[in-house]
Design a protein around this ligand. Sequence first.
Ligand code: ATP
Ligand code: MG
Ligand code: FE
Length: 348
Amino acid sequence: MIVLGIESSCDETAAAVVRDDRTVLADVVLSQLDEHRPYGGVVPEIAARAHLDHLDHLVAEALSRSGIGLAETDAIAATGGPGLIGGVMVGVMTGKALALVAGKPFIAVNHLEGHALTARLTDDLAFPYLLLLVSGGHCQLLAVEGVGRYRRLGATIDDAAGEAFDKVAKMLDLGYPGGPAVQRAAERGDPGRFALPRPMKGRPDCDFSFSGLKNAVRLLIADQAPLSEADRDDIAAAFQMAVAEAIADRTKRAMGLFAMTYGGPGALVVAGGVAANAQLRRTLTDIAGQTGFRLVAPPLNLCTDNAAMIAWAGLEHFRLGHQDGMDFAPRPRWPLDPQAKQLRGAGV
Ligand code: ATP
Ligand code: MG
Ligand code: FE
């Protein structure tokens, strides 16, 4: 079984071809960094136009690199949300058009499910597993019970982890994109020079919060101004360590819940762009060692946005008999766990 995948929910335009024996036959990603850099963040309208300009030739490129003709694919998958609606519309329309032309089934994939199932593409991994999803727009701990079956254990009550990295990078004038820039500065800095809070540490739930930490960084910068190069590096290092340790504390809590619910420790999968952070990976390796969990961290290029994860999630759905109609409407919001949210709303 072979699936063509399309991703266009944020600022990466991507196409990939994946086979059910977990082979990535082609994986093409075009990042729009240069288009958005002057604005210090992603501009939705510019993103949508760039997807429109590039998606066609990226799909052609992915097919040609894979050596697979459109007619030999079994299904076409495209990100159906959540994300910037203009970009998602471009991907969904392209996916539907290709499916119609080739007479293939169309599958709309939840972008977050793409991140969530990537570890089953890169590793021999069975359900259930514990997922730490840390990306530009999301920060959640979920029990993944099966394809399309997610139970939310905790989530951020304000900013996402990636958002915090991006904002701190802006405050420190480290450039765009923020996460990798903070990591580079942090590698030169001393994480012990400044004390920053570990938000939510020790709380009995599995929720996250990053806005207080972000504010603490803002105050620290004001206090130390004007900043030398070394000050910048030390603040970046202190911030990165605070994020990694805060996430580790929340994740440890979720590991306890997971072990209680599913009869023991299992795999901890880390996904999303912030999963590329080296300090976070080191800290998670430590807590996995302490708790008996196996840490599964996909390679960096499959942590940040890509279409291989969309093709794979589409394939996982397709082999269970799922597909979508031509009337599928792009979804700017699409939580992985609607039932769990209702339960939380009902005070359970
Ligand atoms: P979502 O998946 O929630 O819709 P998104 O697709 O924009 O959001 P991703 O592409 O998964 O998010 O991840 C991008 C985020 O990851 C950005 O916030 C970026 O700063 C962060 N990031 C990337 N590399 C690193 C790194 N090395 N350290 C910390 N953060 C990083
Ligand atoms: Mg991106
Ligand atoms: Fe993403």
